[in-house]
Design a protein around this ligand. Structure first.
Ligand code: SAH
Ligand code: SF4
Length: 382
């Protein structure tokens, strides 16, 4: 398959256009069609000469994501998109109304949670994404396209209702008019382990961050990892200033080993050393994600070790009530347990938030809509 045009940076396009003896301003025109107008058809690029469009098509695909299911309809609630890729794999993106307290600064716009892999190899016991294993890495353009496709659909379906019938969802139409940016914060917390798809992720983020591309500030991009220590160090050595979130979920090796197999490879000592390195190189605060799971990690005796880790790494803690997953035994604790855990952390002078649950009703935790859809399809095909 030809490489998609959205997997190339401006520099790469300029080099290519130079080889073709095309003037440099043609690159700007092309980028405008791709990232401002977000067109999905070469023919829409009306100010590019036919001969150039032909050349582009001979060397590149212009793929877009096919929407097969959408949940949540109004602009002030969480909306979830299930996409089908060209090889028929399913991935998800989740659009969340801005919550200034969490990852970004105050904003009247939206945070988009994007996927980086089909499935996940890390097999955390509580997570729907890992349930059926890892299938493949997403390509650069498949990561970039999630932002563009969501913006395409949200700007063209202002009053659409939730739909789950693939037959009624058509491929996105070509938009010739520029429409406003909807996504201004990115969290790399969808399906997959982002740092296990390091090169594609970094290139995609470079494109989404660039003023000629997605235009999303690096400080508004949060990469979440289950704890791949060597890649955390590698990320620290990059010139860009992304935010880093660590999916901790346990403050001791005993608890992490029980729920996150990755901890056997990179136990807390290795993980905290890598975080220390990140902190030293970047001087930026890290966030610890801590899902509260009833009877697993929500007892008050966990607060002390968690606070010690957070204080040592100057990390902020995001407590997240567990989203129950069909077929898994884990449960969200009662609200009183959640708030008691938060208060205990705060008493130990840790900056912490208890995430307001926005996506619970629509299976917003990563991998859940895909899992549900695949199970429904299996039922239908039986
Ligand atoms: N693989 C990366 C990023 C994707 S997972 C990581 O693990 O960080 C994004 C976040 O969702 C992680 O913090 C993950 O632990 C959390 N998560 C997974 N399943 C969940 C569930 N059922 N309820 C709440 N959070 C969940
Ligand atoms: Fe993979 Fe993250 Fe889910 Fe763990 S929590 S299985 S690393 S997606």
């Amino acid at each position: 398959m030809l490489p998609d045009i959205k997997s190339l940076t401006k520099d790469e396009l300029e080099a290519r256009f130079q080889d073709w003896s095309e003037p440099a301003y043609r690159v700007s025109q092309l980028l405008n069609w791709l990232y401002v107008r977000r067109v999905t058809d070469w023919n829409a690029m009306s100010d590019l000469p036919q001969s150039l469009r032909q050349k582009l098509q001979t060397h590149h695909e212009l793929r877009s994501l096919e929407l097969i299911r959408k949940q949540g309809a109004s602009s002030d609630t969480t909306r979830k998109f299930l996409w089908r890729l060209t090889d028929h794999s399913l991935i998800e993106s989740v659009l969340i109304p801005a919550n200034p307290a969490l990852y970004g600064e105050a904003s009247d716009r939206h945070t988009l949670c994007v996927s980086t892999q089909v499935g996940c190899a890390y097999g955390c016991k509580f997570c729907a994404s890992g349930l059926e294993g890892w299938k493949r890495n997403l390509t650069v353009d498949e990561i970039v396209e999630q932002v563009l496709a969501v913006e395409r659909y949200t700007s063209s379906t202002s009053s659409s209702s939730s739909s789950s019938n693939p037959e009624t969802m058509t491929r996105s139409t070509t938009r010739t008019k520029a429409s406003g940016r909807i996504v201004d914060n990115l969290v790399i917390m969808g399906m997959g382990e982002p740092l296990a798809n390091y090169d594609n992720l970094l290139k995609a983020l470079k494109i989404l961050n660039a003023p000629w591309g997605g235009g999303i500030g690096a400080r508004k991009i949060t990469v979440s990892t289950s704890g791949l220590a060597p890649q955390i160090r590698k990320l620290a050595d990059e010139p860009v200033q992304f935010r880093l979130a660590i999916s901790l979920h346990g403050a001791t090796d005993e608890i992490r080993n029980r729920i996150m197999p990755v901890n056997r490879k990179y136990p807390l000592s290795k993980l905290t050393e890598a975080c220390d390195y990140y902190l030293k190189k970047k001087g930026r605060m890290i966030t610890f994600e801590y899902i509260l799971i009833a009877g697993v990690n929500d007892a008050l005796d966990q607060v002390k070790p968690l606070a010690a880790l957070a204080r040592r790494l100057k990390a902020k803690v995001n407590l997240i009530p567990y989203n129950n997953v069909d077929g898994l035994p884990w449960q969200r604790p009662a609200e009183a347990v959640q708030t008691a855990f938060l208060s205990a952390l705060e008493r130990l002078k840790v900056t912490a938030t208890l995430r307001l649950e926005k996506g619970h009703d629509i299976d917003a935790a990563c991998g859940q809509l895909r899992l549900k859809t695949e199970r429904e399809m299996a039922e239908v095909n039986r």
